[in-house]
Design a protein around this ligand. Structure first.
Ligand SMILES: [Zn+2]
Ligand SMILES: [Zn+2]
Length: 210
């Protein structure tokens, strides 16, 4: 039987990648989570092309622009799969293809990240180095897009990375916010909380006076 699905993985500079199935008979909008057991949203959209094929829209973090790629249905199932590059900056944006090809690429990427985490010596310092690594990148992205702030109104936030948590501090009033990094559920939970708002402490003055 023909599997009327193709698979996609989106490359981002934030840690591990995953494989997402796309059915040709469904429409996918912006910022959707096609994978039912995964709440993380993926920044792409897929729809039937007006002159056939599949229109895949991907966002390039380098150019800060989205690009539409029209893919022939035949090429989606091509043996060996397809890398998709940004037409402007040549950044690798995604890989699409049949299940086993995408699985291979996802597997290789994730092993590269594990090796990197290992090489950086993160194994010794963190309960879950991969989750910690992913979370650091995620917090960095959130901070860059101004999605971390304090109730006092300040965006001036600093972070300390600990064995099983990352603590965010408001530089202005000293309030703090803890994000656990024990396992992948902590990561999923953290990624659902958008924006991250640091609650003001009862007696914030104490923290900045020492
Ligand atoms: Zn680009
Ligand atoms: Zn504050």
């Amino acid at each position: 039987m023909i599997d009327a699905r193709f698979y996609i993985t989106i490359f981002r500079d934030t840690g591990q990648v995953k494989m997402v199935p796309i059915s040709l008979f469904r429409r996918y909008g912006d910022h959707i989570a096609p994978d039912a057991n995964d709440d993380l949203t993926l920044p792409f959209s897929v729809k039937r092309g007006s002159s056939g094929g599949m229109d895949l829209e991907l966002f390039c973090v380098d150019c800060q622009k989205s690009h539409v790629f029209n893919l022939e249905l035949k090429s989606l199932r091509k043996k060996g799969g397809n890398y998709i590059y940004c037409p402007q900056c040549q950044l690798e944006l995604a890989f699409v293809g049949a299940k086993q090809d995408v699985a291979k690429v996802v597997d290789r990427r994730n092993r590269e990240i594990e090796a990197l985490v290992h090489e950086m010596g993160l194994d010794d310092y963190f309960k879950n180095p991969l989750v910690t690594y992913d979370m650091i990148n995620y917090i960095h992205d959130m901070a860059e897009s101004k999605k971390i702030y304090c109730e006092c109104g300040s965006h001036d936030i600093t972070a300390t990375v600990n064995f099983d948590k990352i603590e965010l501090f408001c530089k202005k009033c000293g309030s703090s916010y803890i994000i656990n990094t024990r396992d992948k559920y902590d990561l999923e939970r953290a990624k659902k909380a958008r924006p991250i708002i640091i609650k003001q402490s009862e007696s914030p003055d104490k923290l900045i006076k020492y």
